[in-house]
Write a protein that binds this ligand. Sequence first.
Ligand code: NAP
Length: 316
Amino acid sequence: MDNSTKIYIAGHRGMVGSTVKRLFEEKGFNKIICRTSSELDLRNQLAVNKFFATVKPDVVIDAAARVGGILANRDYPWQFLYENLEIQNNLISAAHENDVEKLIFLGSSCIYPKLAEQPLKEDALLTGPLEPTNQWYAIAKIAGVKMVEALRNQYNRDYVSLMPTNLYGPNDNFDLETSHVLPAMIRKFHDAKEAGHTPVPLWGSGSPMREFLHVDDVASAVYFALDRKMNYDLYNVGTGKDITIKELALTIQRIVGHQGEIEWDTTKPDGTPRKLMDVSRMKEEGWEYTIELEEGIQSTYEWFLENIENIKEVKL
Ligand SMILES: NC(=O)c1ccc[n+]([C@@H]2O[C@H](COP(=O)([O-])OP(=O)(O)OC[C@H]3O[C@@H](n4cnc5c(N)ncnc54)[C@H](OP(=O)(O)O)[C@@H]3O)[C@@H](O)[C@H]2O)c1
C-alpha cells in the first residue's frame, strides 16, 4: 500500500468505519472512497457491482453492517441475518470479481460458540452451539468468515477476517435501548449525575467478565492487517484482558463523577459469565492494543460531552 492506493471504506460513518477513515487520512492516504447507505445501498447487488466496475478500488474495508444489541437482535432476527448476508455477499464477491488486492472483513466475537473454552481461540469457530440471542447476526458473520477463507484457499486472495471484541469510543451508539453495555453505562451515569445524582439501575449482579477495546485500536489493527501479508484468514482483535461489569460500572461512575447509588437488579439475567478473546495470533503477527480501558473511557466521555447535542441514538 502507498498513499495513492484506492481504498474503499464501506460503512465510513459508523463507529469503526469513521475511525478507520480518520486513521488512513492521518497516514496520508489520498484516495479514500466512501459512500453513505443512501448513496450506495450495499444490499443492492446490481448497484454494488456497478460501483466496483466503475470505481475499481485496490483495497476494501468492510465495516458496514446492521449492528445492534440483544433487544434489536431479538426483535429483528430476519434483518440481522439477511441484511448482513446481503451486504457482505455483495461486497466480498464484487471485490473478488474486480480483482481487489486486499479486503478486510469485520465481524465480532459472537461468532464463537456460547460455551467455547475461554479465552476464545480462532480454532473454536463452529465447535458448538451459538448464543441464541444473537445467533442471527453470528451466522451471517460466520458465513462472511467462510467466504474469505474460501477465496484465500481457492484463489489465493489476500483477504482477512478480523473479529474485534466489544468496542467503545467516539461515534458509538448511546441509545439506552439499543446500545452496548459500556456506552449505555456512560449515558446512564451522565444522565443520573445531571438529574442530581439519582440512583443508577443496572441489570444483573455485576459479576460477569467482559473485554473492551477502544475503536482506535481496531483501526490500527485494520491498518496493520492491510499493510502486510497475513498468515491466517481469521484473527481475534482484543486486549486479552477482561474486567467484571461491576468494576466497569465503578470506573465509569468515577470518571463521569456520579455520586449516587448503583442499584443492581439481580432479577435480570447476567448473560455469559465470561467472554475473553485469545489474542495471541495477532500478537504473533506483531500487533497489540495500546489504549488502556481507563484512559479510553476518559477520552470517550470527553468526546460524549463535546458532542452531546449530536450523539448517535439508534432506535429499534
Ligand atoms: N460496535 C462494536 O462493539 C463492534 C464490536 C465488534 C465488531 N464490530 C464490527 O464492526 C463493524 C462495524 O460496526 P460499527 O459498530 O462501526 O457499526 P455502526 O456504527 O452501526 O456502522 C455501521 C455502518 O454500516 C453502514 N450500513 C449499514 N447498512 C448498510 C447498507 N444497507 N448499505 C450501506 N451501508 C450500510 C451504515 O452506513 P450509513 O451511516 O451510511 O447508513 C453505518 O455507517 C461490524 O461488522 C461489527 O460487527 C463492532
